[in-house]
Design a protein around this ligand. Structure first.
Ligand code: KG4
Ligand code: ZN
Length: 363
């Protein structure tokens, strides 16, 4: 196998775990040579959520073109790569298989190391790409599929301090948007609808607030909102009510995230002897009210906070390539028999609290 040169190594990152088809070429000096991305939003929007079969087909149709474009834009040949990295899980099996098989084929034909990346690790390591953050730190991962607090001690060394027992936080936004007929994805639309609204008008529950553990639950909040919508009837959609409702919902979520993260920072402090920096990742980190609330918490705790820019918080190829670079540096490469894993918890010792099934714990 060709040995990668020690400096200036370029890794191809492939992301196909959900509804973004993405490829990126990233160099180990943190420069992004190219990062084309195809979002399938318009294909799933009519269904109000992601349809796995549509996603798999769209990845299959576009991934090779996207990789060719990434190479062309970066003026790089496959022979110049140090490794090929692809998201191998967790996520939708169809998309994962397309991405991982493509990566395996490229690695085999061009005699390159293969790196099977855990998508959650790609999110968790993003702050090291953007801010060269040292370990350890606490990451709050808030996306459409996940809501977790992980203590990150190193590459591959995670301790899950908290997770959702039901919905992911982005899912809660998406479901409310669906109830209100605002369309998909819900988060950004609720944020726009909440502008100018009174966040204290509707008293909504803050599930688990004050509890000693660090887990999340959003189903009670969802039920409370549904009840409120029934009470308000069509008046819920009048602009002033809609703004107050969306602002109240955002505030409830922000309060819950702050409360649970405060608890996790305290727990991390017990583990480490000092409070670690806070990192926020995932699509929901783009929400301004939530971002401001978490900045407030970091200020209160006296720790730095890193919120990567939205394009690196949502799914993309750059963070997969970066996770590949980090793993390559440690010699953590995979065999061509590595499987795609729809469920792949970052912390293998953490008890499955959600959807434990025959295939193992959901991430
Ligand atoms: O990380 P992401 O792009 O995809 C994964 O789930 O992996 O996150 C998408 C989620 C969606 O649920 C979307 O509604 C939510 O992030 N989201 C937001 C905002 N932008 C995206 N939620 C609240 N406010 C936003 N501005
Ligand atoms: Zn993601």
């Amino acid at each position: 196998m060709a040995l990668p040169s020690p400096r200036g190594r370029i890794v191809l990152g492939i992301e196909t775990s959900c509804d973004e088809t993405a490829a990126a070429l990233v160099r180990d000096d943190r420069s992004v040579l190219s990062a084309p991305l195809f979002s399938q939003l318009s294909e799933h929007a009519p269904y109000g959520g992601i349809v796995p079969e549509i996603a798999a087909r769209a990845h299959l149709e576009r991934l090779d073109v996207l990789i060719a474009r990434a190479l062309e834009e970066a003026d790089t040949r496959l022979a110049d790569l140090a490794a090929v990295a692809a998201t191998a899980g967790p996520g939708l099996i169809g998309g994962l298989s397309v991405g991982l098989l493509t990566a395996k084929m490229l690695a085999l034909v061009h005699d390159k190391p293969l790196i099977a990346v855990n998508h959650l690790e790609a999110h968790a390591l993003t702050a090291r790409f953007t801010d060269a953050l040292d370990f350890p730190y606490l990451v709050l991962l808030i996306s459409g599929g996940h809501c977790q607090l992980q203590l990150v001690r190193g590459v591959g060394a995670y301790e899950r301090l908290g997770t959702t027992l039901d919905d992911a936080v982005g899912e809660a936004f998406d479901k409310l948007a669906k109830m209100l007929g605002l369309g998909y994805p819900g988060g950004p639309r609720i944020e726009v609808a909440a502008r100018g609204g009174d966040p204290s008008r509707f008293p909504l529950p803050r599930p688990f607030a004050g509890e000693p553990h660090c887990n999340f639950s959003f189903s009670g909040l969802k039920t409370a909102v549904r009840r409120l919508l029934l009470e308000l009837g069509p008046a819920a959609l009048e602009p002033s009510n809609l703004a107050d409702l969306c602002a109240s919902f955002e505030q409830a979520i922000a309060d819950v995230l702050v409360d649970r993260t405060r608890r996790a920072l305290a727990r991390a402090r017990q583990r480490l002897g000092a409070t670690p920096p806070l990192v926020v990742a995932g699509g929901v980190a783009a929400n301004r009210r939530i971002g401001a609330a978490l900045r407030g918490l970091a200020g209160e705790a006296g720790v730095p906070i890193v919120v990567p820019p939205p394009r690196l918080c949502t799914d993309n190829g750059t963070i997969v390539a970066w996770a590949g670079i980090e793993r390559l540096e440690l010699g953590l490469v995979d065999g061509l028999d590595v499987p795609a894993r729809p469920r792949w918890p970052l912390d293998p010792r953490a008890e499955p609290l959600l959807g434990a099934g025959a295939k193992g714990p959901k991430a």
